[in-house]
Design a protein around this ligand. Structure first.
Ligand code: ARG
Length: 258
């Protein structure tokens, strides 16, 4: 099921037809429908957004450094196998720019639980704005924007056009009710509509940014798409790498790539 972006009603009907679960926003309201439950991003709206050829998202931490998830990349080292694409919401647009990686730096100590961040150094810079990351926990609350070219349903494929949705913060104690010790609360921050589900990141969105406005109205990255039980299932919020925990580590790591 592709291209659910033609409107909330269409998307809700399509989800219902998939019988994933009860249509999350079956009422007449134009509530957030994807990513799962979202809508297509306008060209130029999130210019820092990057697509990685490994089937993941990322964001421009610097013009020539992409911040993504550790689980999206192989081990730290020289690596010219990854293509980063940015500059258009449409992966097939002639305006999309493709730049090859030179190095991967995966979070030191990453073993598949927590610490889900990595940096990719690019062969040349993108002439696009970067997305700053939080440096403390002040923005680890409120509503977040999630974006990606990932599936719009649990068993869906990848999308050609970038999609977005909004999800609220979920406190660790509530998230632990769903995930128990699977959650690493120091390293991870949860977001989603716990009661109704219906809006979430999904396969292929990993590595992409979860972000919000700061006190000056500028976008600031709070999380990295990491994992979850299925996608958009009631009771199971999405889990994101908590950047407030790793900001200093990421900055130090980026310095070594300069
Ligand atoms: N691990 C997935 C990926 O590699 C992202 C899953 C996000 N899941 C969720 N329910 N929020 O693309």
């Amino acid at each position: 099921m592709r291209h659910l972006g033609r409107g909330a009603a269409t998307a809700a009907a399509a989800l219902a037809a998939l019988s994933l679960q009860p249509a999350p926003y079956a009422s007449a309201s134009a509530s957030p429908v994807p990513v799962v439950g979202g809508t297509r991003v306008a060209e130029g709206q999130f210019p820092f957004m990057v697509h990685l050829s490994r089937g993941c998202g990322g964001a421009l931490y610097a013009k020539d450094i992409v911040l993504t998830a550790a689980h999206c990349v192989p081990a730290t080292g020289n690596n010219t196998s990854i293509t980063a694409t940015a500059g258009s919401i449409d992966l097939q647009s002639p305006r999309a720019v493709h730049i090859t990686s030179t190095k991967v730096l995966r979070a030191p100590g990453y073993h598949g639980k927590g610490k889900d961040w990595a940096l990719i150094k690019l062969a040349r810079p993108f002439e696009l704005p970067r997305l700053p990351i939080v440096t403390d926990t002040a923005y680890d609350q409120g509503n977040f924007t999630i974006v990606g070219w990932g599936s719009t349903s649990e068993d869906g494929g990848q999308e050609r056009y970038l999609r977005k949705a909004t999800v609220p913060y979920v406190p660790d104690d509530q998230c632990q009710k769903a995930y128990g010790t699977g959650l690493t609360p120091t390293d991870e921050i949860c977001a989603g509509y716990v009661d109704q589900g219906g809006t979430d990141t999904c396969q292929g969105d990993s590595g992409g940014p979860m972000f919000r406005k700061d006190d000056h109205g500028a976008w600031i990255q709070v999380g990295i798409v990491s994992w979850g039980q299925g996608c958009a299932e009631p009771g199971y919020p999405g889990i994101y790498t908590q950047l407030s925990t790793f900001a200093a580590d990421i900055e130090a790591a980026a310095d070594t790539l300069k």
